[in-house]
Design a protein around this ligand. Structure first.
Ligand code: ENP
Length: 266
């Protein structure tokens, strides 16, 4: 009946399993958490309710139970490069994106919704944001985004896609609408923006142009120390794993080395 995909099969096992994986293996520094209570709070945000009447506040208990500190200088905000961010952050080892916090980890890549007057989840279909914005998944990420921004500190990193259709900094978007307004200015020393193009994609947006200029101006007006780097090398190296022969992926120092012949004995 809805246009979106239905609830991910085995949702309960996945969420509870992810919670234990997170607190035992991925990030034991968060300390003891009650994963079955976290699942109950997550589920109670949307079961037995009209799937178009779920509000961010409905996840409040879930967030309170799963909240933990986000290390300073580790926050990584992004738009339009989900898989790249997942690998660049390295499950919190390099950076801690929202999906690398316990509360974001529980929902990443999943889909879910309930039904009015039934305790059953809907595995057939769920409303898209176009059908109704107050759906279970959208409200979850809104609440998670707000919480993540409020708890971020030190140097804040923002990874944007310079090849994205419509610009690297989308408005409306989670970063523009739920994250920037919830950053705590007194806890933040700098905002470092990275604009990275897809290896085989167009150079649609860069630091100082179009939507990135708009973002830089917005953040400076808010009083932040803002830096912006195009095609930041560390991220380029990661993208280049899949395009070793592309001209953008030539390691400048390796060109002569590659031309040298085998080591001779004389
Ligand atoms: P998209 O549309 O590129 O990617 C959506 C996918 O990323 C979905 O699989 C979603 O999980 C997962 N995801 C991980 N973190 C977030 C998230 N944080 N979020 C929405 N989806 C997330 O992403 P968006 O819509 O542009 O959102 C990017 C935002 O994430 C940025 O604001 C960034 O700073 C933030 P699922 O459960 O929907 O399958 C916030 C909103 O961290």
């Amino acid at each position: 009946k809805w246009k979106g995909e239905g609830t991910t099969q085995n949702l309960e096992s996945i969420v509870i399993g992810r919670c234990y994986d997170y607190i035992r293996i991925v990030n034991p520094a968060v300390g003891e958490k009650n994963c079955s209570e976290i699942w109950e709070a997550f589920k109670n945000a949307f079961v037995n309710k009209d799937p178009c009447s779920i509000l961010p506040e409905d996840y409040e208990l879930f967030i309170n139970l799963s909240l933990h500190t986000i290390p300073p200088n580790k926050s990584l905000f992004w738009e339009n490069n989900h898989l790249l961010v997942n690998s660049f952050a390295g499950r919190g080892r390099r950076y801690m994106s929202l999906a690398d916090t316990l509360f974001g980890f529980c929902g990443d890549f999943l889909n879910w919704c309930g039904q009015a007057n039934s305790i059953e989840l809907d595995y057939e279909s769920c409303p898209t944001t176009e059908e109704c914005e107050n759906n279970a998944v959208e409200s979850f990420w809104r609440m998670a985004s707000i919480t993540y921004a409020q708890h971020s500190s030190g140097v804040i990193h923002v990874l944007l896609n310079g090849s994205a259709v419509g610009g690297a900094y989308p408005e409306p978007g989670f970063f523009a609408d739920y994250e920037i307004p919830n950053l705590q200015k007194d806890k933040i020393s700098q905002i470092a923006i990275w604009v990275v193009d897809d290896i085989e994609g167009p150079d649609t947006d860069s630091c100082g142009t179009h939507t990135v200029e708009k973002l830089e101006n917005r953040l400076r007006t808010l009083g932040y120390d803002v830096t912006c780097t195009d095609n930041y090398k560390s991220v380029m190296f990661l993208l280049c794993v899949d395009y070793p022969d592309d001209s953008k992926c030539t390691l400048s120092s390796s060109a002569p080395a590659a031309q040298r012949g085998p080591i001779s004995s004389d």
